[in-house]
Design a protein around this ligand. Sequence first.
Ligand code: HAM
Length: 415
Amino acid sequence: MIQRPRGTRDFTPQDMETRRYLEGNFRSTAETYGFREIATPIFEHTELFTLKSGPNIIDEMYAFEDKGGRQIALRPELTAPAMRFFVNDLTNYPRPLKLYYFGQCFRYERPQSGRYREFFQFGAELIGAPNPESDAEVIGLAAALVRGSGLANYNIRIGHIGVLRGRLAAAGVGPEKAPAILQKLDKKMYEEARPIMRDAGMMGEDIEEVIRITQLIGPVDLLQDFPGEASDYLREVFQVLRDYGFTNVQVDLGVVRGLDYYTGIVFEVDAPNLGAEKQVCGGGSYSLTELFGGEKVFSTGFAIGFDRILLALDKEGLNAPEKRLDAYVIPTSEGMRHRAFMITAALRAEGVRTDVDLMRRNVGKNFKYADAARARFVVVVGDKEAAEGAVTVRDLSTGEQRVVPIEELPSVVKA
Ligand code: HAM
């Protein structure tokens, strides 16, 4: 038997109903916030991701040479593609440009619960304004999406990459050495971060101060201990979030993010009941356009780990409403088969979810199948009722059965 590749998944019809339900919910929330959908290719030139994404992403990339000798990579994320698209074709759109996307990403990671090699992101990018209110707009959308999914237990933490970067620079760390340190701090791997910071020329007390900063989480007042531009900016972001009614947010100066392109605010959402892979959303502000041949334009965005939200919802016992078959049509004899097909077609034309016997089973077996398929009604097409222009309808949840004139059938099974 051929198995699917490690780290990938197949989705059953039930899985897909749940996934499409959440996707639809996310889309409509994003549109409520004035974001519009884009789509970009599943694969891109590898360079798009190696320019600025940082060591985490590069180590995990599905990259290969195509038959024309081009270096190609399956996209590990959608921010760089969205910015490439913007520089290529969207610079004439009025700004801010508010875009959202949904699609699969690929990372060669060690698979475990909540961590896959093929996974789905629902994300958004707001292009064009380096202002606290546009950052708050984006964080607000992320918060609204998570809340709107029905998830009850989650934390939203917001920081500013400028605080840590500033401390590293003040301690003499050059911009070429900072990414390796930030990568370890992002994963809270302090034992590995310390020697790298020492090698970069940092003193012991500076190292401990940086580590202390990454461990601070709390209310916005916590910023008093870190006066400066970054703190003032963050305070303004929090104020706008309050205006929008989002109060369940915390300051976390330890939010570093695994990607290198962030320049300003950074934020994460986690769902504690997911254990090790609990981060369900990550984002921040950045500028990538100048790397891709455009003018420098500031943007803010995030991506939600769609699969992780579903796992977290499942842990909380939340399921999408089931989509049931409305009617299952059973002919009682060979002679009634064509009448059954015509009735099926008429119901489908009315938008009723309808199935009909395709296996030439007897009536008893057909009823068993209708039960297993969780149909709401069975429509029995028999000779006697046909003579009266009617069918027999049985409600499978109550067992009630009655003869219904054919013209009333759609309204009866839609009820
Ligand atoms: P990221 O934090 O690398 O950010 O990924 C965003 C989310 O994708 C994560 O918080 C996580 O929920 C989910 N995720 C990441 N890797 C996996 C995996 N292997 N399996 C399942 N889920 C995963 C970005 O990708 C940025 N592009 C976000 C962004 C948009 N920043 C600005 N704009």
